[in-house]
Ligand binder design. Structure first.
Ligand SMILES: CC(C)(COP(=O)(O)OP(=O)(O)OC[C@H]1O[C@@H](n2cnc3c(N)ncnc32)[C@H](O)[C@@H]1OP(=O)(O)O)[C@@H](O)C(=O)NCCC(=O)NCCS
Length: 159
């Protein structure tokens, strides 16, 4: 199987990144890439998931997560947002590889952060299962602020 790598997104990736998307039924879970990129800034940083020389997926690392959400108990926390694998590349194990690679990447790129949080829609069991396999724990509390219904709050310690 092709190996996956994680990189910070640069302007050189933009032309390929704007072609990424999910299938219709998944659009309730992640916005369009255009809308996601509008959220990106110096503190909410876009990342790309590569396999060989293709970009297959995308996510944001949000360093403002602890300030933004009351459910974050540790101040040295970051958030994973807008994680997705492009529709053409789903079901090939790339998401699982990327989630497993995330800890190592983050401990180098964000050494001052000790935990990572995310929320996942209660109607998205595939993504929730993926995060559990990737070492995230369900905090067994729900976040009700999302537009598409309640979300599980999940957390992972970064070592
Ligand atoms: C969730 C998502 C990231 C998974 O990406 P992926 O690359 O297809 O996932 P993988 O191939 O790595 O599979 C991960 C696990 O999910 C399972 N899975 C993936 N797609 C599945 C499907 N359609 N039906 C059932 N199980 C599925 C796999 O079997 C695998 O489990 P396993 O390790 O026990 O075999 C992808 O479906 C996606 O981008 N969805 C839309 C966006 C989204 O929901 N993001 C999460 C926001 S919190």
């Amino acid at each position: 199987m092709d190996m996956v790598t994680i990189e910070k997104m640069t302007t050189q990736h933009l032309a390929e990144v704007i072609t990424l998307g999910v299938v219709e039924a998944q659009k309730q879970f992640v916005g369009s890439i255009d809308d996601i990129l509008k959220n990106a800034n110096a503190q909410i940083r876009p990342h790309v998931i590569f396999t060989e020389d293709q970009i297959v997926g995308f996510f944001l690392i949000d360093t403002t997560y602890a300030e933004k959400y009351d459910f974050v108990s540790q101040s040295h926390s970051i958030g994973l947002r807008s994680f997705f694998i492009d529709k053409k590349y789903q079901g090939k194990g790339y998401a699982k590889q990327a989630i497993l690679a995330l800890s190592n990447y983050l401990s180098e790129a964000y050494p001052n952060h000790s935990t990572i949080y995310l929320t996942v829609n209660c109607q998205n069991p595939i993504a929730k299962g993926l995060y559990l396999k990737g070492g995230f724990e369900d905090t067994n509390t729900l976040y009700h602020g999302g537009a598409a219904g309640p979300q599980h709050i999940m957390v992972k310690a970064l070592v």
